[in-house]
Design a protein around this ligand. Sequence first.
Ligand code: ATP
Length: 235
Amino acid sequence: AARPRRLDVRDLHAWYGESHVVHGATFHVDRGEIVTLLGRNGAGKTTTMRALAGVVRTRKGSAHLDGHDLLATPPHRVARTGLGYVPEERGIFASLSVAENLLLPPVVRPGGVSLAEIHALFPNLKGRDRTQGTRLSGGEQQMLAIARVLRTGADFILLDEPTEGLAPVIVEEIAHALGALKARGLTILLVEQNIRFALAAADRHYVVEQGRVVDEFDNTTLRTDRARIDAYLGV
Ligand code: ATP
């Protein structure tokens, strides 16, 4: 039988209390792909990720990761399916060092990225073990947040706006690191607003509007058909 898609999301709905925010999102991510969710503020991209990660619990529809039914998986078991979630706010613990932040989440699966590999991916973190998490720059905190999830053995990573507020040179470093992770066989779903980064880092792109996936771009169409994407993003 054919292997299931890495991530297969069909007609996903999600709510905050009574507020219906994701309205039937359908998309997929294949093994080894980097895919973005693009869209305006408030379109429902973050909520889609939270619903997949299991931290928004009021959901309907279907979402499978390697055939595992994510909507039937309790939040404390999601990491064991291989899913790692790096939220927009990064979640670096202020009173812990870089090393302590990195070692905090338990390794739940084989294949976790070693510290040596993390230092090769993110040279800024090298030699910084004893630095307090909050003394890192925004870009370094983002790198630490990604590295922390990689340590656990996650090989399907949800990354929410990793480039938000970062300098262009750091954005390039993060794009480079994601390329290295893809080469290592990881699969990544990104929320992004930065088209340049999306082009540099990803293979395919979905547009989210009012909680639905309304269009899809490959890198060629995203690069050449600026009018079409700008109309969605309101640039
Ligand atoms: P952004 O880039 O601003 O995060 P987004 O596309 O990721 O945009 P969401 O964060 O998913 O959008 O928000 C979708 C809608 O849900 C918005 O209208 C937002 O105000 C609402 N929303 C977000 N978080 C909550 C919450 N905790 N409780 C209630 N409503 C929320």
